[in-house]
Every structure is written in C-alpha cells, then in structure tokens.
Design a protein around this ligand. Structure first.
Ligand SMILES: C[S@@+](CC[C@H](N)C(=O)[O-])C[C@H]1O[C@@H](n2cnc3c(N)ncnc32)[C@H](O)[C@@H]1O
Length: 294
C-alpha cells in the first residue's frame, strides 16, 4: 500500500472518529448495545434495514441516510429524526408479515440487516425470525435483542418494573438445537446481550413444519435451565470485542459511498433535529412570557 493511500486512510479514520464522537454527544441517551449496533452499521453499511420494535427510533436512526429502512411497531413513539427513506408501519410484526410483501417494500433489493426488538416473548421472537428468514438472502444478518437475560425477574414473561428482556433467550436454545446449520452467537453487551444470526436459509421449513411442537416445548423452559447449566455456553456467549464480533458478520460492506460522507450526513441530521427542538422550546417559553395574564 502506498504511503499516500495510508495517509489518506488515517485522515479518513480520524475524521470519522471526530464526527462520531460529536454524534454521540448530541444524541439524547445511549445504551451500550447502541454503540455495538452503530459499529455493525458502519462495518456492513446495509442497503436495506428492517427493525421490529421501533419505539422512539433510537436504534432505527443508527442506520445511515440513503439506506431503505422499514420499521414495524404497533405503538411507535418516534422522537428521533428519521430519514426520507424510512417507513414505519404502525402494526404488530405478525400483521406486517401477514399483510405485506417485504421484497416489494425493499424495491426488490435483498435484506441486508434485520433487528428483532419487538414483543419480548419467545414465540413472538421465533415468528419474527421465521418471517425474516423466509424473506432473507444468504448474506442477511439478523440481530436479536435481549438474548442474554441478567436475572430471573427480568427474564419473566410478565413485565416487571424496570429492565425486561423476557424469554427471548429461548430462541437461541431452539436454533442451536433445531437449526445447527445456522451461525448463532450472543454478544455480551449491556444490558441484556445481542444475538447475531447468519447463514440463513429462506427455503428451510424445519421451524414451520414443527411450529406447534417447538413453541410448546421451548415455552416450557424456565430460567433454572440457564442457572443449572453453564449459561454462557448454553447461549453461545462471545465477548464484546470488535475483533471477535467482526468474525460473526459477512465480510463485505453493502454500500459503496465513503464512510466519512455517511457519518457526516447522519450527524448533520441529528444536529439539525437538536437545533430545531431547542428553537421550539425557546418559542414556547417566549409565547408563555408574552401571553397576557388572566
Ligand atoms: C424495547 S422497544 C424497542 C426499542 C428500539 N428497538 C430501540 O432500541 O430503540 C420494544 C418495542 O416493541 C414494540 N412491540 C410490542 N409488541 C410488538 C409486536 N407484536 N410487533 C412489533 N413491535 C412490537 C413496542 O411497542 C415497543 O415500542
């Protein structure tokens, strides 16, 4: 590699580092897994992104401008700036997959990255995975939130106050047993782990053929199954270091735009929304002050 190219790469990396630092400074809050998701977006540069469970849009808005994004949530409360190529469907994921053609919504492009973070019950995560897999390409990456529960109360099917990861972890146990050809790992990232699944086979009918038996069998697992065994081994836990995580992902970035351009565009969008909401707050304050007292 020529010295000039090396210098260019070093400058570009430094620029991306500075822009990203500012980006994270202006975002309202950041859980540890957001940083990992961001790193994955920067590495894979997905052309298409599907998110089940959008809520405020905190994870959705990590996807770079220009990517075709689909979000599904029956009660979206989007408070972050979405790009023009993002569509949110206000319905459950079951309704979405029953009534819509993902391939058409993605304009015939393959699904590069999907993130399952909807209803935190095992059977919902299972159906989300099955529906995504039948729409997947061989190089699709599926991420599943909440696969490494921290304790029994937060892994309950009934939502406790505070942290709730539910029994999504059973999906990992099931896929390891019934779909050994898939590559299934869980990254040890706070608060409750991130599952990474690759090697999808859209034509596989293993899960569909035995859905009822599988749902009934794995639903009966209890948290003691993890406590009585080696939880990390049962759930294929890997450390959250990038050299390890990178090996779980497909090797090529999907988009060809330079990363410095994409990070700048995303940070500019976030910055603009901060400026707009500050201006809105100022306007409201001013209105209150100038309103005549009754
Ligand atoms: C933990 S939040 C998602 C957080 C978001 N992914 C993030 O990291 O910023 C879970 C969301 O799933 C949604 N949800 C609940 N049941 C769902 C279902 N059946 N299909 C899709 N989304 C669902 C909830 O409305 C909620 O907004």
């Amino acid at each position: 590699m020529s010295t000039q190219l090396k210098r260019f790469q070093a400058v570009s990396r430094a620029y991306v580092g500075v822009v990203n630092r500012e980006y994270w400074r202006i975002r309202p809050y950041a859980l540890p897994y957001f940083h990992l998701l961001d790193r994955m977006h920067q590495y894979l540069l997905p052309r298409t992104y599907l998110e089940i469970g959008v809520s405020s849009g905190a994870s959705m808005t990590l996807s770079f401008p220009g990517a075709l994004n689909i979000g599904v949530d029956p009660e979206p409360k989007v408070a972050m700036p979405l790009t023009r190529t993002t569509t949110i469907f206000a319905e459950t994921s079951d309704e979405f997959f029953a009534g819509r053609e993902l391939g058409t919504l993605l304009a015939g492009q393959p699904l590069d990255l999907a993130f399952i973070d909807g209803m935190h019950h095992f059977e919902f995560a299972l159906r989300d995975f099955m529906n995504i897999e039948r729409n997947a390409a061989p190089e699709t990456t599926v991420l599943v939130h909440d696969c490494y529960p921290i304790d029994e109360p937060s892994a309950d099917r009934v939502r406790p106050p505070g942290l709730w990861s539910g029994d999504v972890w059973k999906l990992i146990v099931l896929l390891k047993e019934r779909r050994p050809e898939l590559r299934v790992s869980v990254v040890d990232v706070g608060p409750t782990g991130l599952g990474v699944i690759t090697g999808l086979q859209p034509d596989s009918t293993v899960l569909k053929d035995s859905y009822e038996e599988i749902e009934s069998k794995y639903s009966q697992l209890t948290y003691s199954y993890l406590e009585n065994g080696d939880k990390a081994t049962i759930l294929n836990l890997v450390p959250n270091n990038w050299a390890t995580v990178q090996l779980l992902l497909p090797a090529r970035p999907r988009r060809h735009e330079p990363l410095p351009l994409l990070v700048s565009h995303r940070a500019a969008l976030a910055g603009w929304s901060v400026v707009r909401s500050k201006a809105r707050r100022q306007r409201l304050k001013l209105q209150k002050r100038t309103q005549p007292k009754p």
